[in-house]
Design a protein. Structure first.
Length: 369
């Protein structure tokens, strides 16, 4: 997603752009793959990401209007918290500051509106009515297709020799082709550490993340939008989506899984997580206690040490750039990331210190959720 939107923004600014992808847009091994992603405005007190989400949603909508593909679903996003509601209070203040519409709800209001949810331990919530779900795989393809329409040259190719000189002249692909350019942007997600092992090998942490879909009872509309929005339980580090396109209730844990190699990790869910998720669904959605698991997926986050993005110049090669560190929350920000990268390349635009390589450690201390 970061690479696709970067190419889109660069070609919109009159640049000649080649977009290379080793496996194809939103392929099954990509962190941008899969059917759906949340787009939310709430980030606690973190105004930067709230503003980027807001700006990105506008660009997503503009793109889908041009391509005539309805790939944003306004399901609304519901945040829920228990005794520790500080993050919700911070979110409320930030949303007000940024002009984002939302509704605050107490336990009684939540119970009345969402009786299908077991609210044990939940005291309050925030509902973002204009947020929702991006159709991820098709969204990436839509960005790439529109970029190609605008003049981007797309190739399915693997770069095997990043330059090691002070200024890169070309890159080589696995089929022996040499591609010459003035700037090179590497937005290769969980492969960043493998592509630049000396610099990023210890600073990008690909983690295994398992996703489950639970089948809905026949004729039951309580788990489809608008009856059920996209939802997040703050203390539990769990998120999910309503029944979209008949795929069932989506659920996943935002806690980082074990570190993996994106090329070799198993893409089959584990028995341990399957049992854990079953128990959780039975607790929070009692009607689905014995519901079948109708679909599963194993992907990966590409975490930075603190959850902030990595968007910076190579420390030794002046015209090579990194764009990654999506850290499980980056998909929605694709348009804003592409815009930021293009400004850095072409204008030397303002730098956000949080995205610098210097702020990325070799130990994980997550600060962004």
């Amino acid at each position: 997603m970061f690479g696709a939107w970067t190419a889109w923004h660069l070609v919109k600014r009159g640049q000649r752009v080649a977009l290379l992808d080793a496996y194809g847009p939103a392929h099954s091994r990509a962190s941008s793959g899969g059917e759906t992603r949340i787009i939310r405005m709430g980030y606690g007190a973190d105004e930067l990401y709230t503003r980027w989400s807001k700006r990105s949603l506008g660009q997503w909508k503009e793109l889908f209007a041009v391509t005539r593909q309805p790939l944003f679903l306004e399901t609304g996003v519901l945040w829920m918290a228990g005794d520790d509601d500080e993050r919700l209070r911070q979110t409320s203040a930030t949303l007000k500051q940024c002009g984002v519409a939302f509704e605050e709800m107490d336990r009684m209001a939540l119970q009345k509106r969402y009786p299908q949810i077991e609210l044990e331990g939940i005291r309050s919530g925030i509902f973002e009515p204009n947020s929702g779900v991006l159709m991820a795989r098709r969204g990436v393809a839509a960005v790439v297709e529109d970029a190609v329409r605008l003049g981007v040259e797309y190739r399915c190719a693997q770069v095997v020799e990043p330059s090691r000189s002070s200024r890169a002249q070309e890159v080589a692909t696995s089929d022996g082709e040499k591609i010459v350019a003035g700037h090179f942007v590497f937005a290769c997600g969980p492969w960043l550490g493998k592509t630049f092992p000396e610099i990023l090998g210890a600073r990008i942490f690909p983690s295994r993340q398992e996703v489950f879909f639970f089948g809905i009872p026949a004729g039951d509309t309580r788990f489809a939008p608008p009856a059920l929005p996209t939802w997040l339980f703050q203390e539990d580090l769990v998120y999910g989506m309503p029944d979209i396109e008949g795929r069932g209730l989506k659920i996943a844990f935002d806690e980082h899984g074990k570190l993996v190699d994106p090329d070799t990790q198993s893409r089959i869910v584990s028995p341990e997580m399957t049992e854990f998720v079953r128990k959780y669904v039975a607790r929070r959605f009692p009607v689905l206690k014995d519901a079948p698991i109708v679909e599963t997926r194993v992907c990966q986050y590409e975490n930075s040490s603190n959850g902030d993005f990595l968007i910076d110049r190579h420390p030794e090669t002046e015209n090579v750039w990194f764009a990654g560190g999506g850290s499980g929350h980056g998909f929605k920000h694709g348009p804003a990331v592409g815009e930021y990268v293009s400004c850095r390349l072409l204008d030397g635009g303002a730098t956000e210190a949080r995205f610098s390589l210097a702020t990325k450690d070799t130990m994980q201390r997550r600060a962004v959720y």
